[in-house]
Design a protein around this ligand. Structure first.
Ligand code: NAD
Length: 357
């Protein structure tokens, strides 16, 4: 393991993407979002993705320096095409459009299609919350192939289709729910495979549809499949990610074939003025009182208090900003190799990190 400070890691990653063809502001945006995913503890959506992202640049799966293009624009509704641009730029631009509508009309609905990987979806919920708006986001995945079985099905037909929702709070401690609709994120299966450990009961089926705890079954030929979180209920949300994000945006569903080097996200976002009924004070006070009501529940296990969605990420951010971001040796080596392949000084890059745990 190594530890590296967020600022230093951001500089390395921005340099990599700038050399790979992104202009300075795009390279900085990609670096900021990837490092942020590590900061909040979602390592599966952070800098571990550098090799895949660079491969997508090389194969044309992601197009550097694109911007969100308006396809249809009404008072409250905007359809946006991401033109296979970096999700870190396209996502932010699309949310700005929705926030402007919500500022004018109280509601902004954004149907975003054909963005390259949007990363951690909570980023977009946080952007809305920072601007003072509540929001919900449904996301589907196209191109990367199916990886999750429909409830009761024996093979993969959908993806880990994330869902996110947020409520802004005046103290900046926004409530942010951000989750895959599969029981496990794919990144966690890879980690288990690398460590040689079994998966929890019920998270995976093999290619015959039988439950298995062996992570290798997900990558076997023919492939196994992840299962939905919450059985039929998580599956139901994932289906609506396909309907709302995939079909309503025009971006398509996961029915499409796996295409090497392509990961496209479609996202339907509904952005709302939290004081729609007109009384901001009531919203703030009742939210505070309800949160207190929840957190006052006595813990089942001593020392493990009830948390709110977004709390684990906030705790991770504080800790990792202080102690540096932990990266396993393989992930860090892959970053240094990528940096060297683009003409950066490998020794100077390595010197940014220190041994960690
Ligand atoms: P997770 O299971 O770690 O967390 C899910 C949610 O539960 C979070 O909002 C978290 O704050 C909350 N939470 C966790 N522990 C809690 C507790 N004890 N009490 C209360 N709330 C708690 O997340 P995940 O499902 O593994 O998703 C990981 C990331 O992967 C997310 O950021 C998601 O957006 C991302 N993702 C992206 C894509 C894509 O295509 N772009 C696809 C799938 C997932």
């Amino acid at each position: 393991m190594i530890r590296i400070q967020a600022d230093a890691l951001r500089r390395v990653i921005a340099d990599i993407f700038h050399r790979a063809g992104s202009n300075e502001s795009e390279a900085a945006a990609v670096a900021r979002r990837l490092v942020d995913a590590n900061l909040v503890g979602h390592d599966s959506h952070g800098v571990v993705r550098i090799p895949t992202y660079l491969e997508m640049v090389r194969s044309g799966g992601v197009q550097p320096n694109q911007h969100a293009k308006i396809v249809l624009d009404t008072a409250v509704f905007v359809v946006v095409d991401g033109q296979s641009g970096f999700g870190q730029v396209i996502g932010e631009e699309a949310m700005k459009m929705g926030i402007e509508k919500a500022q004018r009309s109280g509601v902004g609905v954004v149907a975003l299609r054909h963005s390259s990987h949007l990363g951690r979806i909570g980023d977009w919920t946080e952007q809305c919350a920072e601007a003072g708006f509540a929001s919900v986001h449904f996301v589907n995945v196209v191109g990367a192939g199916a990886i999750v079985a429909p409830f009761g099905g024996a093979d993969a037909r959908i993806s880990t289709n994330p869902f996110s929702a947020g409520l802004p709070r005046p103290d900046g401690k926004h409530i942010i729910l951000d989750m895959a609709t599969s029981k496990l994120a794919e990144g966690k299966v890879k980690v288990a495979l690398n460590k040689g450990v079994e998966l929890p009961e019920g998270a995976l089926i093999d290619a015959k549809g039988k439950p298995t705890r062996d992570p290798a079954e997900l990558y076997a030929t023919p492939r196994g499949a992840l299962t939905s979180m919450g059985e039929h209920k998580g599956y139901g949300i994932a289906v609506f990610c396909e309907f709302l994000a995939g079909i309503l945006s025009g971006g398509g569903t996961n029915r499409t074939e796996r295409r090497e080097g392509i990961v496209l996200n479609n996202m339907l976002s509904i952005i709302l003025n939290p004081a729609m009924a007109g009384d901001r004070t009531y919203v703030a006070e009742e939210a505070d009182a309800f949160i207190k009501w929840l957190l006052d529940s006595p813990p089942q296990e001593p020392g493990k208090p009830v948390l709110l969605p977004g709390d684990p990420e906030r705790q991770n951010r504080a800790e990792r900003l202080r102690d540096g971001i932990p990266l396993d040796d393989t992930t860090w080596n892959n970053i240094v190799v990528a940096a060297e392949s683009l003409g950066m000084d490998g020794k100077a890059t390595r010197a940014q990190a220190k041994p960690g745990n």
